[in-house]
Design a protein around this ligand. Structure first.
Ligand SMILES: *Cc1c(COP(=O)(O)O)cnc(C)c1O
Length: 399
């Protein structure tokens, strides 16, 4: 059997597979088994923030793997201690405690338990269009009906509020509401920015009603949007924050951050994870934070992201099939007037790996180390693909 046959035979059939086999990566470049090169705008679903096989991360993993690979949270470890200090320094100022886990969904699970324990209340308010992961608790706060329905009953007492509607949020917050869970910028539903005043308003609502504000920065965190945390764009700090994706340079890791007084509501045994705080992941994550700071990836994401977005907006002027261009930093979305499947496949053929959100949105989550010339190439290839689609669909050309 070849590679694809093996995966198709033995792997649970839960992924919408793209017809490509990636065997190697460096920075924002990927190679398939035939040596064909791709520009990575998928970034491992937003994981490859510091680039594939980042030198500093590789070095840290090598070094740590020769010292110790596993070390349970019930004993102390130097790599973990060092990472926790770095994380606290990089995190929003008030969030100085962390629970360490291994994925985004796990970070959300912890947040749901923590807000219930902290407030002694039960209800969670999540947003329409949200994505928080697919384990049962996280799924309960995830909007997509197709993900939820087959697995009901889910965790009860989760209610959904239209993203951006403060009035509705205020209405939904009741005496039994523990927390409001929100992505500062919605990722999976197609890169949606919060309307002016929404996050600030939620902050006020939560503070005045004794409710935890919980941000899911799993996709938006670690410099992705041109700030270390997306919530900085609106100068709002949550009580609890979930992070994961790129935090350990590609090694699985997630964390739930909280203010000390919030995290103090967890008592011994209330929550745990065998792998959480794994020294190998911690060493990789320390190297990742160092790299982001030393290489000024926050600024890079902001400036390169703005230039790239301007190029994409240029495509919108030229191509009537482009409905909208959205995003901040290196978290960008291009909404089309039809399904993007052919664009994704066309991109692959032309050596560009793209991501979709929903049926008609191309999402771009490239490594923040991507070269300017690579971004220009992506914009030019997208332009060609849009032209092809327009002639196929006989869209009137603007030119
Ligand atoms: C990816 C993602 C998750 C889930 O993370 P997993 O590691 O896949 O469990 C949760 N929330 C957001 C915003 C995400 O982008």
């Amino acid at each position: 059997m070849n590679i694809r046959e093996k995966e198709d035979t033995y792997l649970a059939n839960v992924f919408q597979k793209m017809p490509v086999t990636i065997v190697r990566g460096k920075g924002a470049t990927l190679w398939d088994e035939d040596g064909k090169e791709y520009i990575d705008c998928m970034g491992g679903y937003g994981v490859a923030i510091v680039g594939h096989c980042n030198e500093k991360v590789v070095e840290a993993i090598k070094k740590q793997s020769e010292k110790i690979i596993t070390c349970h949270g019930s004993v102390y470890n130097d790599a973990r201690a060092e990472f926790l200090e770095k994380l606290a320094n990089a995190a929003p100022r008030s969030l100085d405690k962390a629970f360490l886990a291994n994925s985004g969904a796990e970070a959300v699970e912890c947040a749901i338990k923590l807000t219930r324990k902290h407030t002694g209340k039960k209800k969670i308010i999540a947003m329409i269009g949200s994505f928080h992961g697919k384990t049962l608790g996280a799924l309960s706060a995830t909007w997509g009906q197709k993900y939820r329905e087959p697995f009901e009953p889910l965790v009860p007492r989760v209610e959904f509020c239209p993203f951006g509607n403060l009035e509705k949020a205020s209405e939904l917050i009741g005496t039994d509401t523990a927390g409001v869970l929100v992505e500062p910028i919605q990722g999976e539903s197609g890169v949606h920015l919060p309307p002016e005043g929404f996050l600030e308003g939620l902050r006020e609502l939560c503070s005045s009603r004794n409710v935890d504000l919980i941000f899911d920065e799993i996709q938006t965190g670690f410099a992705r949007t041109g700030r270390m945390w997306a919530c900085e764009h609106w100068k709002v700090e949550p009580d609890i924050m979930c992070i994961a994706k790129g935090m350990a340079g590609g090694v699985p890791m997630g964390a739930t951050l909280a203010r000390s007084d919030v995290m103090a509501s967890f008592k011994t045994g209330d929550h745990s994870s065998t792998f959480g705080g794994n020294p190998l992941a911690c060493a990789a994550a320390s190297a990742t934070i160092d790299y982001i700071v030393q290489e000024r990836l926050v600024e890079r994401a902001a400036t390169f992201g703005a230039a790239f977005k301007a190029d994409l907006e240029g495509l919108k002027e030229e191509h009537p099939l482009v409905r909208d261009v959205r995003g901040l930093g290196m978290m960008l979305g291009v909404e089309l007037r039809f399904e993007v499947k052919d664009i994704i496949l066309g991109g692959l053929a032309k050596g560009i790996l793209l991501l979709y959100s929903g049926r008609n949105i191309v999402r771009l989550l490239p490594p923040l180390v991507i070269q300017e010339s690579q971004l220009q190439r992506v914009a030019s290839v997208l332009g060609d693909l849009f032209s092809d689609e327009e002639s196929k669909r006989m869209f009137p050309s603007a030119k």
